[in-house]
Write a new protein. Structure first.
Length: 122
């Protein structure tokens, strides 16, 4: 059974950010999603997320070579880069919710804005 990890910088807490690493426990009934680690940080940089993933590799060295694990992230460049450098053998996917948001912003939103200009009375 594959092991899914999800990592996202979810909250902006004033001058800090909170990133959460979730683990989808597929071997339990109902496949609950369990918080595995929390990371409180000041900046959303590649080096910041890389520091977190290096610590994670020290705590869970098996994760670096796990053939049945994958990680789901958003399209934030710093997170994508840090996971690919620190876990080069870990398959990475983009979160479907973030993919839909990108599609909406790049396709649907300009279309709606263009249509609203057609019906604007001057």
């Amino acid at each position: 059974m594959p092991m899914q990890l999800t990592y996202d910088t979810t909250f902006n807490l004033g001058d800090f950010y909170l990133s959460i690493l979730l683990f989808w426990q597929t071997e339990f009934v109902g496949a609950p999603i369990v918080p595995l680690a929390f990371y409180l940080h000041e900046r959303k940089l590649n080096a910041t997320h890389a520091t977190f993933f290096r610590h994670l590799k020290n705590v869970l060295p098996e994760l670096d070579t796990a053939s049945h694990a994958y990680i789901v992230t958003d399209s934030e460049a710093a997170i994508v880069s840090a996971t690919s450098v620190e876990f080069p053998h870990l398959t990475s996917f983009l979160c479907w919710n973030h993919v839909i948001q990108v599609i909406f912003v790049t396709c649907a939103l300009p279309l709606v804005q263009g249509m609203s200009q057609l019906f604007t009375v001057k």
